[in-house]
Design a protein around this ligand. Structure first.
Ligand code: FPP
Length: 254
């Protein structure tokens, strides 16, 4: 059985590699709690297993030629969870960054973060800054961790930034257009996602990259994030490669 699955995955990978892969993939890493619950384990065991899935998917994305991978790791709403769970998530982030940093550097990963990072606990924030510094030269794949991130807060923060610039005389409101606004977002300089993957089966965007996802293709799977592996990434990309993206225009096929 394992051999049949391996052969199927190899064939799928060959097909995926023969066509253009999405330049930017965004993932909402959902289902950790349910994964743990199904096994009679505490929710935090699901988050630990989720960190293993993250390792696998980061490696696969780099190998497949995906240039940007953005992962929703902690939302502005996640502070509402029990403090012990928030604590474990912050520690997991710290552990992940310290343990994986060498491998990230070796794999050509450049790590970045988006969100209200200044509000994270100091040890997590410091680990993040260290990892960002150490991976600064990565030129294969940019991995963006969304932490204390909310799509609406991002838009509000961008509006504040632009207002400050206008008040200081550095921006004429009449020249404000989509291109100027985009560059005031946390994702400044990063192209919009082509594909949004949501494990865990929910059909929602959940306040993730509200501006940037305007034309993204969406792929939802019932597979829970801790079970998500390279083959699921391949399935999502293969599905994306069959889609026709029109960006509001008409099909070239008429
Ligand atoms: C949502 O699952 C997931 C999170 C709130 C956290 C995602 C974090 C990880 C994958 C851990 C590793 C991350 C890093 C950066 C090391 P949920 O708990 O809402 O699941 P549920 O919907 O089944 O309850």
């Amino acid at each position: 059985m394992a051999a049949v699955e391996a052969a199927w995955e190899a064939e799928l990978e060959q097909r995926v590699r023969s066509l253009p892969v999405p330049r930017h993939i965004a993932i909402i890493m959902d289902g950790n709690g349910r994964w743990a619950q199904q096994r009679g384990l505490p929710r935090v065991a699901g988050h630990r297993a989720g960190a293993d899935a993250l390792r696998d998917v980061v490696r696969a994305a780099g190998e497949l030629g995906v240039a940007y991978l953005t992962l929703f790791a902690f939302s502005t709403e996640n502070w509402r969870r029990p403090p012990e769970e928030v604590d474990v998530l912050m520690k997991l982030l710290e552990e992940y960054l310290e343990r994986e940093c060498d491998e990230l550097v070796a794999a050509g990963v450049r790590l970045k973060s988006i969100g209200r990072i200044e509000a994270l606990p100091a040890p997590a924030r410091d680990a993040l800054r260290r990892a960002e510094d150490r991976t600064r030269g990565g030129d294969r794949v940019t991995v963006v961790l969304a932490l204390n991130y909310g799509g609406r807060s991002e838009i509000v923060d961008a509006a504040r930034r632009l207002c400050r610039m206008a008040l200081a005389g550095g921006l004429d409101p009449a020249s404000l257009d989509e291109d100027v606004f985009r560059e005031a977002l946390y994702t400044e300089g990063i192209p919009d996602p082509d594909l949004l993957i949501r494990p865990g089966g929910e059909m929602r965007v959940s306040n993730f990259l509200l501006w940037q996802l305007a034309y993204a293709e969406i792929w939802v799977t019932p597979v829970l994030w801790p079970d998500f592996r390279r083959r699921h990434l391949l399935e999502a990309i293969a599905d994306y490669q069959r889609r026709e993206r029109r960006f509001g225009g008409l099909s070239p096929r008429g």
